[in-house]
Design a protein around this ligand. Structure first.
Ligand SMILES: Nc1ncnc2c1ncn2[C@@H]1O[C@H](COP(=O)(O)OP(=O)(O)OP(=O)(O)O)[C@@H](O)[C@H]1O
Ligand SMILES: [Mg+2]
Length: 347
């Protein structure tokens, strides 16, 4: 069943102007996001993957209204974020929250856990003053802290995983409808990662929240997400339901993918490559030898992945690809699929 979008991005671009050098007065433009069209549906976890610098955090900041797009619109429940002011903007801030990557720097070391979690409760007038302590305890319990007195301790008294759970409790304090998690587990130990992931899954289901889950870790993204978006240099390459992502069956994967998605999938280390059909050349060799590094990419028109794409056709460097729906909810932004659909090959 398709659920309505809680947040939608329509043709969103974000450009940053940066100085060319420390002493240079010249500037250049960085296109962090390039005409992104995307829906975050109600009660879904939307996974977002892509290499470093592809624009994931920029997209997160725009969705939360922390920055404005250079062009295009972002709507939250149909309302344009750029039109929100005063009370309406505060109302939106209450309903859209963020969990940060680094649990060490995201909590103020000078404040007790009570102060940290009660702050959003006070700002948004969520409960009367005399009930603040009970509400903070309830939130901490939800995040797995059952010992009394936890709220009177300081952040430095907790481990990384515990701090991240406190960060999650703080994000849920305003009872948000949308939570953006920007690499919430990447600073944590592998054993703690599983704890945090399970907590996120439990809380998302019990509170019926929509989540944008950003990560570099493809297996984690596959595990938590209902749908997955793959981004490359500010553009969306592919949007797919989890069943089409299927990392576990990489060898005999029957779903078609964008060449960049395949490239990302191939980069995952495999413990016993000889036991996985079709995965004999994993690890460093698994990287495609024809692929060029991003810095060699001088293509201005056409597909942005052109110079690194092992399946490129001459045509791909000249014309921008359009999205093709290869199966229900599975969209690939690549010329190869247009041509296979029309059963003709370009020159
Ligand atoms: N405030 C800013 N000023 C100038 N450039 C910026 C700014 N924020 C982001 N960028 C640039 O925009 C691009 C996308 O950055 P972003 O932080 O969104 O990437 P990312 O996908 O989150 O990377 P990572 O996985 O490393 O966190 C990068 O080239 C970055 O240098
Ligand atoms: Mg980032």
């Amino acid at each position: 069943m398709d659920k309505a979008a809680i947040c939608s991005l329509e043709d969103v671009s974000k450009l940053y102007r940066v100085k060319k050098g420390f002493f240079s007065g010249k500037t250049s433009l960085i296109r962090a996001l390039n005409r992104v069209n995307l829906d975050i549906k109600r009660e879904e976890i939307l996974g977002l993957v892509g290499e470093s610098g592809c624009g994931k955090s920029t997209l997160a900041r725009l969705v939360l209204g922390l920055e404005r797009p250079t062009s295009g619109q972002i709507r939250f429940e149909g309302v344009d974020l750029s039109a929100l002011k005063g009370r309406e903007l505060r109302g939106f801030r209450k309903r859209a929250q963020m969990v940060f990557q680094d649990p060490f720097s995201s909590l103020n070391p000078k404040k007790t856990i009570f102060k940290i979690i009660s702050q959003p409760l006070k700002i948004h007038n969520i409960c009367p003053k005399e009930q603040l302590r009970n509400e903070v305890r309830r939130l901490l319990q939800m995040a797995g802290f059952s010992n009394p007195g936890v709220e009177d301790r300081y952040p430095h008294e907790f481990s990384g995983g515990q701090r991240q759970r406190i960060g999650i409790a703080r994000a849920l304090a305003t009872r948000p409808d949308l939570v953006v998690l920007d690499e919430p587990t990447s600073a944590l130990d592998v054993s703690i990662q599983a704890q945090i992931i399970n907590l996120i899954l439990d809380l998302q289901a019990s509170n019926r929240i929509s989540c944008l889950f950003i990560s570099h870790d493809l297996p984690i993204v596959e595990f938590v997400s209902h749908r997955i978006v793959v981004m490359y240099r500010g553009t969306i390459c592919e949007i797919m339901p989890r069943r089409a992502f299927m990392l576990s069956g990489r060898g005999e994967n029957s779903s078609p993918h964008h060449p960049y998605t395949k490239f990302l999938m191939k980069s995952i280390p495999v413990p016993r490559p000889q036991e996985e059909p079709g995965c004999e050349k994993k690890g460093a060799e698994g990287q495609d030898t024809k692929a060029l590094p991003a810095s060699h990419d001088k293509i201005r028109a056409g597909c942005l992945f052109y110079s690194r794409c092992p399946e490129r056709l001459g045509f791909c460097g000249r014309q921008e690809p359009m999205p093709v729906e290869v199966s229900k909810g599975h969209i690939i932004n690549c010329h190869l699929f247009h041509f296979s659909k029309k059963e003709q090959s370009p020159k």
